[in-house]
Design a protein around this ligand. Structure first.
Ligand SMILES: [Zn+2]
Length: 598
């Protein structure tokens, strides 16, 4: 429901009930207890608010929350509230009676065990096997399942929090964090920079901290901390490289939290504390572009934020571009080129596969739908391709100046597609029709597919892989191929080059020579399993089963289940595996796979 004066506003968030132009939250004091036995969080959320129109009502988003009582002001005077009609994906508006002079609202509430943002892991599902574990995933609109909140990326709040947890566990948040356990089980947090609600994050577990640099470090379970510290040893250099590109890091510390394998994403850019999947612990630092990506979000996304989920490409397209620039600074152009090519391959698959062609436009229309529908390679790789096209048109130097100014101008603000394009026109195009023609805003932003003038990335190192591959095709035995010093990117390219149909003999030969089935690299494994499924290579069955029952990262799960579902016999396998694996997956992953297996 939208009020009259919101209609025609340039940035209407169709995924939130909040009416921030009337009454808006500015600061949150969260005081909650985490109960592992009941799998609930309960306590109070106190908001400092601004009543902009002297309205008698403030609206928050809630989904599956039990709202017990609501109070106004420091005197905690009880007030009336009601939960409005439930809507698909969105939950309910929480409508609270306020007065024109009301400065604060305190909501007493509890979550339910079904809260989609919360994943409660049994000790068995952790690396250490001794203690339970909890983590949240608020993006895109799941913060409202664990906190009553104005859940729109166009609204920013600062926060403080008091979190009570079992004494043997440590709590960490997207905030200033403790570095060790205390003996009370009560922890205090501050986030002094204003953030959008989807960056609210909490994790509780048997965690230890290991510093990397002065401003960087890692949280993980004791069983994982050493491997993580080795894998991410270069995070300090990444931070330096990022700052040299696009200006000062504005969030003080940058730490990582390595989660158990069920985490549904590669990483989540929670400010000050990126949540990361352990599937990038490849023992050779070959998958750390993911850290560069999450770090880059400290500028694109966390600092300058997409105003609605229809503008998601502003978060992800810029971040992919920035991520590859960081990787280029650290490892050179040849390395970054490989990432560009792999990304471009992903984009082409997405463009081929996507049924709704309108969803291949950068500016999306997700009204009435789950904003997760916009989480595709279009936002990431088509967004990046658009920026590469601008870079090519005006030159890197000018484009970097422009980006620096963009991050400065919109720091700690939300923006949207229109506002970005206006900034692009006034700061970079400046009425030059030739440049405008080449940049082709309409073609990229508002039209489906890929405009003709896109940059086609190429990679010298991949050219060598292609030669090696051809020589294998031409009869050279796999054991005689030159693959020395290949990174996981080269291996991935090699595996992706293989044709759909392979004989048992070919698969066995490759597997024997390169040990794909037993690879410790999740990207290599996931690409290899696709061939194994397609060609019924049963020698990989057990490894596939293990992978799908331990890893919860949706990016890997979806293509593998999809491939299994193509044959009746594969479908049986998929159902059997899913029955075992489902409890290990986060709601973000089960939501997608339930739908596929239905
Ligand atoms: Zn991202």
């Amino acid at each position: 429901m939208k009020t009259e004066n919101e209609i025609g506003r340039e940035s209407i968030d169709v995924h939130s009930f909040a009416r921030p132009t009337e009454a808006v939250a500015k600061h949150l004091d969260l005081d909650i207890a985490v109960n592992f036995d009941q799998k609930i969080i309960s306590g109070r959320a106190t908001y400092q608010i601004e009543n902009l129109t002297q309205t008698d009502q403030i609206v928050f988003d809630a989904k599956g929350l039990q709202i017990e009582k609501v109070f106004l002001g420091d005197s905690l005077t009880e007030t009336n509230f009601r939960l409005g009609k439930e809507e698909k994906f969105l939950g309910q508006p929480l409508l609270i009676d306020i007065r024109p002079e009301t400065k604060s609202v305190t909501i007493q509430y509890r979550t339910t065990p079904e809260a989609a943002a919360l994943q409660w892991l049994t000790p068995q599902q952790t690396a250490g096997k001794k203690h339970p574990f909890l983590f949240t995933q608020s993006q895109a609109i799941l913060a409202r399942t664990w906190i009553p909140i104005q859940d729109s990326p166009g609204i920013r709040i600062t926060y403080s929090a008091t979190i009570k947890v079992p004494k043997e566990l440590l709590a960490v948040m997207s905030a200033e964090n403790p570095q060790e356990k205390n003996n009370t089980g009560e922890y205090k947090f501050f986030m002094r920079q204003p953030i959008p609600s989807y960056l609210m994050a909490l994790s509780v577990g048997d965690l230890v901290f290991e510093p990397i640099g002065e401003k960087t470090g890692i949280y993980a379970e004791p069983a994982t901390i050493k491997a993580a510290a080795y894998e991410f040893a270069e995070m300090d250099q990444m931070l330096t490289a990022a700052e040299s590109l696009y200006g000062r890091y504005r969030w003080d510390r940058y730490d990582l939290l390595v989660l158990p394998p069920s985490f549904p994403f590669g990483g989540m850019e929670n400010p000050r504390l990126t949540f990361v999947t352990p599937t990038v612990l490849a023992k050779d630092r070959s998958l750390t572009s993911l850290i560069a990506h999450e770090l880059a979000h400290s500028w694109s996304g966390n600092l300058v934020t997409n105003g609605t989920w229809n503008d998601f490409w502003l978060n992800e397209g810029f971040t992919v571009y920035f991520e590859r620039r960081i990787m280029e600074e650290l490892y050179g152009k040849e390395y970054a080129d490989m990432l560009q090519v792999l990304g471009f391959q992903d984009l082409q698959h997405t463009l081929d596969d996507m049924e709704k062609k309108d969803d291949t436009r950068l500016k999306l229309d997700l009204e009435g739908r789950d904003p997760d529908d916009g989480l595709t390679e279009i936002a990431y790789e088509k967004g990046n391709a658009f920026l590469l096209n601008i870079e090519k048109t005006v030159g890197r130097e000018r484009f970097d100046q422009f980006l620096n100014k963009y991050f400065q101008t919109f720091a700690f603000k939300s923006t949207n597609t229109d506002r970005f394009l206006e900034f692009l026109r006034t700061e970079l195009i400046k009425g030059d029709e030739q440049i405008a023609g080449k940049i082709n805003i309409d073609g990229w932003v508002y039209s489906p597919g890929l405009p003709e003038e896109h940059v086609v990335p190429s990679s010298a190192r991949f050219a060598q892989v292609e030669q090696t591959y051809k020589s294998w095709e031409g009869g050279t035995p796999a054991t005689a191929l030159t693959t020395k010093d290949w990174s996981s990117h080269e291996w991935l390219h090699f595996i992706r080059m293989m044709p759909e149909k392979l004989t048992q003999q070919q698969l066995t030969e490759l597997d024997k020579a390169f040990g794909f089935t037993n690879s410790g690299n999740s990207e290599v494994l996931a690409a290899w399993f696709l061939h194994a499924i397609r060609n019924n290579y049963t020698a990989a069955d057990q490894a596939l089963d293990n992978f799908l029952t331990t890893v919860g990262r949706r990016k890997f799960l979806v293509p593998l289940y999809k491939e299994l579902l193509k044959t009746p016999q594969g479908k049986k396998k998929a159902q059997a595996i899913y029955a075992k694996a489902r409890p290990n997956y986060h709601a973000v992953s089960t939501g997608t796979i339930d739908e596929m297996l239905k």
